[in-house]
Design a protein around this ligand. Structure first.
Ligand SMILES: *Cc1c(COP(=O)(O)O)cnc(C)c1O
Length: 469
């Protein structure tokens, strides 16, 4: 499988190089040159497989020229073996033909474990083979950081630096990052906001001189491997619910458009998905595009669902590429304009094409809390605020009551106790067994001023298992 850039100017790469590249050299994102397509018979034959074997079948075409089958199988078995639920991604029924796919049984209690547990193992595999070391730098508003650290903590050849805004992530989220000890793990609290953190990571990718030749790897969802791993659970859910003989709809709590883009790819690979609902919070740039063809940058509004507090959605570019007949020059032009004006619209027929599959809704904090309270009263299922947004949007946007509607349950409610409290649900929240002593564990974290030079000096000083690069 070869991968090409959404802006058409970067060299095509194989899977191994895409994993290590992050952003393409022309500023675009990598996508597969040709998507594999499975027949209904093939998909149906996977119905009884355990999760890691289904994952092997779905992902094999994407990696096959970079990893021998036996090695990939073993990596997948290890990856999904650490999940706390034997079904890995169990379905919970809320109402007739309405479901939540629980994606929060991984080590850090959010769906990001599905991709980052795999990414860490794949990095280790390739770096060992190459005899190379890399540095990871990532910015987090909460969930990505802990999942990335947990995924890479055992990687021999990786030093990981995670930047979070000082005093602006929840205590559970912070402790999930800062209590993991290892000479290759570095938490940096920046005296600034999330955008400051993200800007510093971006600037470091753009000018890597401070790394003295060590390669920098991305762990956010611009990395293709993350999207790839997320395709699998769409197949998993559909197969549990009568697919592929029957079509199915999904509602996805959306921020950077990574998770829902994986659903779009699952459909193009042959899974009969009839509808995808883009569920956003008040930060609704994607809803404004889907409902009115206006992808316009707005200011950031902090919400009860912080993992979806974004101003622009980086993976949206991957959809734009397909909507424009995979014309990289056109995508580069559109995004160039967006960078200057903060506004983007597509031709009417392109937008209509997108609307055949996608619907959307923006859900505010009040409605989020009402949904948490209502679903808890109706079913006893306690939703986290992100999942609640998905469930509300699913109910509002649903096209057909006879098609199963599955909302992706993106996080465990224990990660977001404030929202659960605001919803008025009196139930006490308990951390799962493997995290039950989280509040007693020792923390390690370095607070740095809001300065790129300070961060880069820190990385250069500790980037080789705690020693200078
Ligand atoms: C990251 C995250 C999202 C958003 O996912 P995207 O792939 O960025 O759209 C939603 N919910 C939770 C809990 C998350 O951690």
């Amino acid at each position: 499988m070869r991968y090409i850039s959404t802006r058409g100017q970067a060299p095509a790469l194989n899977f191994e190089d895409v994993l290590l590249a992050g952003l393409a050299s022309d500023g675009g994102l990598y996508v597969p040159e040709n998507l594999p397509r499975f027949t209904q018979e093939q998909i149906a034959s996977w119905a009884d497989l355990p999760y890691h074997e289904l994952a092997f079948n779905v992902m094999r075409p994407f990696v096959t020229d970079s990893i021998p089958d036996a090695d990939f199988k073993q990596i997948l078995q290890e990856t999904y073996g650490v999940f706390a639920h034997s079904a890995v991604a169990p379905l919970r029924q809320l109402d007739s033909n309405e479901w939540v796919l629980e994606l929060f049984h991984g080590p850090t209690l959010a769906f990001k474990d599905f991709a980052l547990q795999l990414l860490g193992r794949l990095l280790d595999y390739f770096l060992q083979k190459r005899g190379e070391r890399v540095v990871i730098m990532g910015a987090t508003s909460g969930d990505t950081g802990s999942a990335a650290i947990e995924g890479c903590r055992r990687c021999e050849n990786v030093d990981i630096f995670i930047l979070h805004p000082h005093n602006r992530v929840s205590e559970v989220q912070r402790r999930q990052m800062t209590t993991i000890m290892g000479e290759n793990i570095h938490n940096i609290a920046i005296e600034g906001n999330f955008d400051d953190c993200q800007e510093m990571v971006k600037a470091s990718f753009a000018d890597q001189g401070f790394l003295k030749g060590t390669r920098l790897v991305a762990v956010n969802s611009i990395n293709w491997a993350r999207i790839m791993a997320q395709i699998v659970y769409y197949f998993h859910a559909a197969l549990q619910l009568g697919g592929p003989a029957r079509s199915i709809a999904f509602s996805v709590p959306t921020g950077n458009f990574g998770d829902i883009f994986a659903g779009y790819l699952a459909r193009n690979m042959g899974l009969p998905i009839s509808q995808l609902v883009v569920a956003t919070n008040r930060n609704d740039i994607l809803h404004r595009f889907m409902s009115g063809n206006q992808y316009n940058k707005d200011t950031l509004h902090p919400s009860l669902s912080p993992s979806m507090d974004i101003m622009v959605s980086s993976n949206f570019e991957r959809l734009l590429f397909d909507l424009h007949g995979r014309n990289g020059a056109l995508v580069a032009e559109l995004l160039g304009e967006f960078k200057q004006t903060g506004k983007l619209s597509v031709a009417e027929d392109r937008w209509t094409e997108a609307r055949k599959l996608f619907d959307s809704l923006a859900v505010d904090d009040e409605q989020t809390c009402t949904t948490i309270a209502n679903v808890y009263a109706e079913t006893g299922e306690l939703l986290d605020p992100h999942t609640a947004i998905g469930v509300h949007a699913a109910r509002e946007c649903r096209r057909s009551l006879s098609t199963p509607m599955v909302t992706l349950g993106t996080a465990h409610p224990v990660k977001f106790p404030d929202a659960v409290r605001e919803a008025g649900v009196g139930q006490e929240l308990h951390l799962p067994a493997h995290l039950s002593d989280l509040f007693e564990r020792e923390e390690r974290c370095t607070v740095l001023e809001n300065s790129l030079a300070a961060v880069q000096q820190f990385v250069a000083a500790y980037g080789n298992r705690g020693k200078p690069l």
